[in-house]
Design a binder for this molecule. Structure first.
Ligand code: COA
Length: 169
């Protein structure tokens, strides 16, 4: 059985999952024995109003990450530290795209560690050619008919095209 530190949770809204996220999952899957991609579905409490429902984000992530044998996808709606304890994870993985991400990640990491000093936060660097991608920029470009097919996994490209039918994706 994997030790707690070797079970990592990669949390996020994943609205939707992009090649940048897949890159982080791939790296994490090489470092940890088990990686749980945890889709935050905070409902009314969440600060973001997602385009895709929680179930849609989970199934898009599952379809996009099925090539990794030690990666699973789950959803959570409580404090991340409580979720990590419930699933026996000792590490939180986060992706860093640019220096501008650092301040927010620093704040999050300190809050997670304030809430549970036993948890470790590990940040992995996103590949430089993915460093400009964010889910909101993908949603905006897709909604206006711009091509994003090379920036997201095929199931996500299909879902965006379906959602913004007529926008000329
Ligand atoms: N490649 C591409 N895009 C990336 C990326 C990567 N490697 N890493 C992050 N992003 C993008 C995301 O798509 C997202 O884009 P958007 O804001 O344009 O939609 C943006 O960067 C921010 O992503 P992230 O930092 O993962 O934030 P999030 O909102 O997706 O996730 C939670 C934040 C869910 C992890 C955090 O709010 C949380 O832990 N919530 C649970 C409740 C809790 O415990 N709260 C207390 C926190 S201390």
């Amino acid at each position: 059985m994997a030790s707690r530190a070797q079970v990592a949770v990669y949390p996020g809204t994943f609205d939707p999952v992009t090649h940048g996220h897949v890159d982080i999952v791939e790296r994490a899957s090489r470092v940890f024995e088990r990686v749980i991609v945890a889709v935050y579905d905070g409902g009314e409490r969440a600060s973001k109003r997602p385009l895709f429902s929680g179930e849609e984000r989970v199934s898009l992530a599952r379809e996009s990450l099925c090539q990794f044998g030690n990666v699973s996808v789950d959803t959570f709606n409580e404090l991340l530290v409580d979720y990590c304890n419930a699933v026996g994870a000792g590490t939180i993985v986060r992706g860093l795209r640019a220096v501008s991400d650092f301040e927010y990640e620093f704040q999050l990491a300190h809050m997670y560690q304030h809430l549970d000093p036993e948890l470790e936060v590990v940040c992995l660097m996103t590949r430089s050619d993915h460093s400009f991608i964010s889910s909101s920029i993908i949603r905006e470009v897709a909604s206006l008919g711009g091509a994003v097919n090379d920036l997201v996994p095929p199931p996500v490209a299909a879902a965006l095209s379906q959602r913004f039918k007529g926008a000329g994706l």
